[in-house]
Write a protein that binds this ligand. Structure first.
Ligand code: FES
Length: 582
């Protein structure tokens, strides 16, 4: 970015609209066909709006209206808005998992921007994977880009009880299976848990990632915390549309915003929120798109110094609506003080420090003070050992403390179907000290590394009152989940990682304070089992699935495709390498 403003002739869209040749005649005549006269767009920045709205995505229901507010802002600021629908990635509906398609949307976002006359882009996302996917694509393309978060839905409500997305689903499902609530109660929970547009309102992946992206500098200050139905969300949408037009004239691009320190700010934010473990995978992928080599070890280092300040479920007590009323993300960032680098540039042209300077906490039960955190430093732990040579993660705050140091006997399921068939069997040889292991749930093996990591507690143990036990897999876990679940084991079992070699009865040792995860068998036995291991048949033989299994990297590398990351740079990224378009 320089201080010089672009001229209309320097706009990328000038190549489509501004020159006088046969092809630009086609562009202009076809724009006229859509009802626009030359005066409406000539010499103006063309702003692409990548909208993930669909009738299959309940978290983005309001995007049909919000996009009109974005367009209003773009028109008012002198731009020309073009709405371009892209993959919706609806968390509740898409199978086998939206994670399989995160890279699909990232590629679609990048290629849509590359192939059409976009000068800048508004990214409309919020439901879990949409946020990282859109950002990953925009960072690779490196056009001026601003993110519009869907905003959290209102608190759930049933019979006077406040319900939280996901967390209360698991809680009441366990109660139903244990016979503590009735089918009628369960229907009541179903009707009241999601009662407005917006993404999940617990500290799941959606709230974690939209907050991280604001801290990274890609969202107007304060926007990520505003509940979706709030009129201020609509106002902020119009402001987002206004701002992107100026960003184009200023040539303020992702490469001017993403730096090593900005990534660290975003990671610190995820941890202070006690955010979803999914954010680790997404932040690593996003950083690597920008040429910043964020590692699990660096994540753990930041985790050790970052207190949890957001008292939000599932770690805490409140929901995102309360967080907004308590001051929202800007207030929490300000309270983090020297843990945040305030010098980093953001989309409004000001620094993060300037954006949060006047923020206030209005309720310090919801946004805790640094002197009185929800937890001092235990938002996340990265584990290593012979069971996870490339790392695994656990969220100790969401687990019973007595399980932080635990050794138990493995009960192994070879895949999800095996687990579903046997987990509730009365014959299952399991007790409260056992360690449940699920294989073949990783990026290649599941496929797509679904959120299966909160492995179910066997019904016979639930009936005995067991509510947490140690569980291990190469899957992910919903940020709204809880329990002593070791996740993201790398390398994954499907490609021959050590998790594939664990057998019923092996002793497994977890030590969170010492960051250790081991299966207690000898090296020689490990080698013997590896030699006998048989590689499974590939999951796909054609199409996107085949490309995914061939190119997806492991969890510790962010699960991006190997040919999309930009490795090596220690600081800010360089331009996106857009080829000339003819
Ligand atoms: Fe969309 Fe949770 S289902 S954010």
């Amino acid at each position: 970015m320089s201080n010089k403003r672009k001229t209309p002739e320097e706009l990328r869209s000038h190549r489509w609209y501004g020159v006088n040749d046969l092809r630009s005649f086609g562009h202009r005549s076809r724009t006229a066909q859509m009802g626009y006269s030359r005066e409406e767009y000539a010499g103006k920045p063309v702003i692409a709006i990548l909208n993930t709205w669909s009738e299959m995505n309940p978290c983005h229901t309001h995007f049909k209206q919000r996009v009109e507010e974005v367009k209003r802002g773009i028109w008012q600021a002198g731009g020309f808005p073009i709405e371009l629908p892209v993959q919706t990635l609806s968390e509740p509906f898409q199978k086998p998992t939206t994670m399989l398609y995160r890279n699909f949307l990232a590629m679609e976002a990048e290629e849509t921007l590359r192939s059409y006359p976009a000068d800048g882009v508004v990214l409309m996302g919020g439901c879990d994977k949409t946020t990282p996917a859109l950002l990953m694509g925009a960072v690779s393309m490196d056009l001026p880009a601003i993110f519009l978060p869907a905003g959290p839905m209102l608190r759930g409500n049933w019979n006077g009880a406040t319900l939280g997305s996901g967390s209360d689903t698991w809680k009441y499902w366990a109660d139903l299976r244990a016979g503590k609530i009735t089918e009628e109660d369960w229907k009541g929970v179903e009707g009241g848990i999601a009662r407005s547009p917006g993404h999940c309102m617990t500290m799941g992946t959606a709230s974690t990632m939209t907050s991280a992206v604001e801290a990274l500098g890609f969202t107007l200050p304060g926007f990520a915390s505003i509940p979706a139905p709030d009129s201020r969300h609509a106002q902020m949408s119009a402001k987002t549309g206004m701002r992107i037009v100026d960003m184009v004239w200023e040539d303020l691009k992702p490469s001017d915003i993403i730096t090593r320190k900005a990534i660290d700010n975003a990671v610190t934010t995820c941890l202070a929120l006690s955010g979803s473990t999914n954010a680790i995978v997404h932040m690593i992928a996003l950083a690597r798109r920008a040429g910043v080599d964020l590692t699990l070890a660096q994540y753990d280092e930041i985790a050790r110094r970052t207190p949890v300040l957001a008292n939000i479920r599932p770690t805490g007590e409140y929901l995102m609506e309360d967080f907004y009323y308590a001051g929202g993300l800007t207030a929490m960032l300000k309270e983090l003080g020297d843990l945040i680098d305030g010098t980093q540039k953001t989309v409004n042209g000001r620094t993060l420090g300037e954006n949060i300077a006047d923020a206030q906490i209005f309720n310090d039960a919801v946004i805790r003070r640094r002197a009185d955190p929800v937890m001092p430093d235990t938002g996340l732990a990265v584990l290593r050992g012979n069971l996870a040579p490339d790392g695994a993660v656990i969220k100790p705050g969401a687990a019973e403390a007595k399980l932080h140091v635990h050794t138990g006997r493995a009960v192994v399921f070879r895949d999800y179907n095996d687990m579903a068939a046997r987990i509730d069997s009365d014959d299952l040889d399991v007790d409260a000290d056992s360690v449940i292991v699920l294989q073949h749930a990783g990026p290649v093996g599941a496929p797509g590394m679904p959120e299966w990591g909160q492995l179910p507690i066997p019904q016979k143990l639930l009936k005995q009152g067991v509510r947490d036990m140690l569980r291990i897999s190469d899957a992910r876990m919903s940020g709204t989940s809880y329990g002593a679940c070791v996740l993201h084991v790398a390398p994954e079992s499907f490609i021959g990682g050590p998790l594939a070699l664990v057998r019923d009865g092996d002793m497994i040792e977890l030590n969170v304070p010492e960051r250790r995860l081991n299966v207690l068998i000898s090296d020689a036995e490990m080698v013997r089992r590896k030699a006998a291991w048989v590689e499974p048949e590939p999951r796909f033989t054609r199409g996107y699935g085949a490309m995914h299994q061939m190119h997806v990297m492991q969890a510790d590398k962010g699960c991006d495709f190997d040919f999309l990351q930009r490795e090596g740079a220690a600081g800010s990224c360089s331009a996106g390498g857009e080829p000339e378009i003819h």
